[in-house]
Unconditional design. Structure first.
Length: 354
C-alpha cells in the first residue's frame, strides 16, 4: 500500500487509487462497511489511516457508517465513506440529512448489478440513485463519474474540494469494472485550495457563541427560505462546475453520450465510425450533477441523432431527452449489467440507422 505523491506511473486497481487519493486529499476520518466490488477501499484505509494516526472505523452497518460520517463532518474535518448499490440504498436518509445540514460528506459509490442484492457484476444502474437520491425532500448531491483509474484518483481530489467548497455531499460514482481494473496512475499533490470552515464547524464553543447544525425548520416560511438558498447554490454549481469531455463533435451528425467506463468503448466506436466515413462525435459527462444539459442542447440543434450508451435499462437517457427537448431523435444502446456494449455493437447500431 502506498500513500505517496509521485510523478511516476504506478500500476494500481481503481479502488486502491480512490483510497490513496482520499488519503492524499487530507481525509481525516473513514467509516465503512465491506461490500463487493468496493471492499478494497476499506481494506486500504484500515491500514493507512491508522498508520497516519487518522480515524478509521469498520462500522457495524452502512447506516452506522453514514451517520458516523455526518458526525465527523459536523466538526469540520474531511470525512469519507464508501459502499455499493444496495448498501448505498441504506444511506439515503443520512444523505438527505447531510444535504439539509450542508455537510461536506464524500461518498464513494462503486456500482454493482441490481435491483435488490443483484450481483457483483459491473453496472450503471445507480445513476438514478446518485442523481435523484432516495431520501426525502428537495435536494441534490454533487456527482462525479470517472472513466479511467487516473480519473478515479483525480476526481477523488475534486470530490473533496467540491464538497468543502459548496458544503454539499458529493458522490464519486464509479462501477465494478473501474473499481477492479488496473491501470497506470500518477498521484500529484492535492491541487485545490483548502476551504476555511471555521465559521460553521462544531469545534468547541470556547471563546465564542455556541452553534447548532440541524435539519429541522418548524416554520414553513423558514424552510422555503432555506430551500431557495439551497437551490441558488445548485445554480452556482451548474454555472461554475459542470464538466464534460467532447471528441469530434464539431461536424458530427451523430452524437454518442456515455459516462464512466462505458465511455471507453464509445470512444473506440466513434473512431471506427470516422474511419468508415461516418461523422460521429462523443460527449462524456464528467459531472452527472450538475448535468451538461446546456451543451447537449446546443449539439442537438445540428445533430441528426443522439445515442445514450449505458449499462442499465436506460436512465441517463431521460436527462438527455430533457436537454434535447425534441430537437433531435434520442435512442438507447444498452446492456443491463456486465460488460458495456462492445464498440462493434455500437457501430452496427449506427450503420443500421443510416
Amino acid at each position: 500500500m502506498t500513500a505517496t505523491i509521485t510523478d511516476k506511473k504506478i500500476l494500481m486497481k481503481g479502488n486502491y487509487a480512490i483510497a490513496n487519493a482520499a488519503v492524499l486529499a487530507g481525509c481525516q476520518c473513514y467509516f465503512g462497511y465491506p461490500i463487493t466490488p468496493q471492499s478494497e477501499i476499506g481494506e486500504f484505509m484500515s491500514g493507512k489511516m491508522q498508520e497516519l494516526h487518522r480515524a478509521y472505523v469498520s462500522a457495524e452497518s452502512e447506516l452506522a457508517a453514514i451517520n458516523m460520517t455526518i458526525g465527523a463532518c459536523s466538526t469540520g474535518v474531511k470525512a469519507m465513506t464508501s459502499s455499493s448499490s444496495c448498501a448505498v440504498a441504506l444511506m439515503q436518509e443520512g444523505l438527505s440529512y447531510a444535504t439539509s445540514d450542508q455537510l461536506p460528506i464524500v461518498l464513494v459509490s462503486v456500482m454493482r448489478g441490481g435491483p435488490g442484492l443483484g450481483n457483483i457484476y459491473p453496472s450503471q444502474g445507480d445513476y438514478f440513485q446518485a442523481t435523484r437520491g432516495g431520501g426525502n425532500g428537495d435536494y441534490h448531491l454533487i456527482v462525479l463519474a470517472p472513466s479511467t483509474v487516473q480519473e478515479c484518483a483525480d476526481l477523488t481530489y475534486k470530490a473533496f474540494y467540491l464538497a468543502q467548497k459548496y458544503r454539499n455531499p458529493t458522490v464519486l460514482l464509479a462501477d465494478g469494472l473501474l473499481g477492479q481494473m488496473m491501470e497506470p496512475v500518477k498521484f500529484k499533490p492535492y491541487p485545490y485550495p483548502e476551504i476555511d470552515n471555521s465559521d460553521w464547524a462544531l469545534d468547541g464553543a470556547k471563546g465564542r457563541d455556541g452553534r447548532i447544525i440541524r435539519s429541522y425548520a418548524p416554520l414553513a416560511d423558514d424552510q422555503c427560505i432555506f430551500l431557495e438558498k439551497l437551490f441558488n447554490k445548485y445554480k452556482q454549481l451548474e454555472e461554475n462546475e459542470t464538466e464534460w469531455e467532447e471528441i469530434g463533435t464539431e461536424d458530427a451528425d451523430i452524437i454518442l453520450i456515455a459516462f464512466g467506463s462505458t465511455a471507453r468503448n464509445v470512444k473506440t466506436a466513434a473512431k471506427i465510425c470516422r474511419q468508415k466515413g461516418l461523422k460521429v462525435g462523443v460527449l462524456r459527462p464528467i459531472t452527472l450533477f450538475p448535468f451538461p444539459s446546456k451543451r447537449i442542447s446546443e449539439l442537438s440543434k445540428s445533430a441528426k441523432k443522439i445515442y445514450s450508451v449505458e449499462v442499465n435499462m436506460g436512465q441517463m437517457i431521460q436527462d438527455i431527452k430533457l436537454a434535447v427537448n425534441g430537437q433531435a431523435p434520442v435512442e438507447l444502446i444498452n446492456r443491463p449489467v456486465g460488460n458495456p456494449p462492445a464498440p462493434e455493437e455500437i457501430v452496427s447500431r449506427i450503420e443500421e440507422s443510416i
